[in-house]
Design a protein around this ligand. Structure first.
Ligand code: XUL
Ligand code: CO
Length: 435
């Protein structure tokens, strides 16, 4: 079997002083942090679409990235060779998991039946690789957005024939995800949204979406798939109004359709920022309602308003993210690098450097979050800020024992509340001491 990255060996941990770009400075898989190994806290996955299908095209020009193993065809042979490359990459990098869309790994055929046959051939190949390397599937998903048939949506398409096609594709992708032992199955509503209300029955589309997601739950139970179903929110791009706008919107949607016990949320950093939030905001809100299941790790560019899917090298951001993850005791699914090398980063070495950098960035975030939790300063300060609710009128209010009249009586008797500083700068200074 040929080697596709001959100059690169297994990536090892060398510690923070190492100057080697092909070594981890912070990610030390077996190191115990807060009672668990780094490997278990982080559960890193490499995504197939950006790393093995991304060519660096943008609206102004075609791909810049030419991989030496690609022969330019849509053949099964090429797809199998690409899978061999991927598993060599995973073994050298040491990521325990990978993720894919159905159409990333196998070519779409002339008919649905042919596409399914192609997928079966590649899934059998992947299954062998998983068995021989121990690399596992974090989650699978369906591409319901690239093919022109889905231009008006998948599950929310105004044409029932397209909704049926989307269902058939999800059904098959769930089956192969189960076959590969996937720990989750993600729904990212690529074109589940609309461009104009002039031609859209929004409520009918949302009802269809709820129905479609219920059918996925039913099928999951029917085939005995035990992985977690996840929804990945995104506010815009490609449609102007995406139905899964952000975590709060998705949680409200799930409750409306009685699906909140069946789905968790896959928070993607660059999607949270497109919605006008921070990464940690979307993590915190889904976590506090018990629905944070997984993370798509990336970052946007502060000056650009679209989904640039960069590797997150910002320790500030990973520290705050890992604080949320540690506070909930870990992630049921994991951390998938939904990130791509820049269009200008055309060497195969860049694929490694980017992932090593991303893994180190989250590992460092984990170490920082652990220190913050051990010191207890943030938790203590927040507890102190809300301590007026621990007893007296505050506790009565929280427990539903004080009505408006009781609160009015308290306000009349106590007079003007004493001013309480938010001390934001003090805590920003403190946070910087951990970064
Ligand atoms: C798109 C995106 C997707 C999903 C999987 O912005 O993040 O790649 O993660 O469909
Ligand atoms: Co994503």
């Amino acid at each position: 079997m040929s080697e596709f990255f001959p100059g690169i060996g297994k990536i090892k941990y060398e510690g923070p002083d190492s100057k080697n770009f092909f070594a981890f400075k912070y990610y030390d898989a077996d190191k115990i942090v807060g009672g668990k190994t780094m490997r278990d806290w982080l559960k890193f996955a490499v995504c197939y679409w950006h790393t093995f299908r991304g060519v660096g095209s943008d609206p102004f020009g075609p791909g810049t990235i030419k991989r030496p193993w690609e022969d330019g065809t849509q053949s099964i042979d090429n797809a199998k060779r690409r899978m061999d490359v991927a598993f060599e990459f995973f073994q050298k990098l040491g990521n325990p998991y990978w993720c894919f869309h159905d159409r990333d790994i196998a070519p779409e055929g002339a008919t649905l039946a042919e596409s399914n046959k192609n997928l079966d051939a590649i899934v059998a190949h992947a299954k062998q690789w998983q068995a021989s390397t121990g690399v596992k599937l974090l989650w699978g998903t369906t591409n319901l957005f690239s093919n022109p048939r889905f231009m008006n949506g998948g599950a929310t398409n105004p044409d029932a024939a397209v909704v049926a096609y989307a269902a058939a594709q999800v059904k098959k992708a769930m089956e192969v995800t189960k076959e590969l032992g996937g720990e989750g199955y993600v729904f990212w509503g690529g074109r589940e949204g609309y461009m104009s209300l002039l031609n859209t029955d929004m409520k009918r589309e949302l009802d269809h979406f709820g129905r479609f997601l219920q059918l996925a739950v039913d099928y999951k139970k029917e085939i005995g798939f035990t992985g977690t179903l996840l929804i990945e929110p995104k506010p815009k791009e490609p449609t102007k109004h995406q139905y899964d706008f952000d975590s709060a919107t998705v949680m409200g949607f799930l409750r409306t359709y009685g699906l909140e016990k069946e789905y968790q949320i896959n928070v993607e950093a660059n999607h949270a920022t497109l919605a006008g939030h921070t990464f940690e905001h979307d993590l915190e809100i889904s976590s506090r309602y018990g629905q944070l299941g997984s993370i798509d790790a990336n970052v946007g560019d502060a000056q650009l308003g679209w989904d640039t899917d960069q590797f997150n090298m910002d320790i500030h951001s990973t520290t705050l993210a890992m604080l949320v993850v540690m506070n909930q005791g870990g992630l049921p699914v994991g951390i998938n690098f939904d990130a791509k090398v820049r269009r200008e980063s055309t060497d195969v070495e860049d694929m490694f450097i980017a992932h090593i950098g991303g893994m180190d960035s989250f590992a460092r975030g984990l170490l920082n979050a652990d220190k913050i939790r051990q010191d207890g300063t943030k938790a203590e300060w927040i507890a102190k800020r809300y301590s007026s609710f621990d007893s007296g009128i505050g506790a009565d209010f929280e427990k539903g024992k004080a009505d408006f009249k009781a609160l009015e009586k308290f306000a009349l008797e106590s007079g003007e509340p004493k001013q309480m500083s938010g001390q934001q700068e003090k805590y920003e200074v403190l946070l910087n001491q951990y970064i």
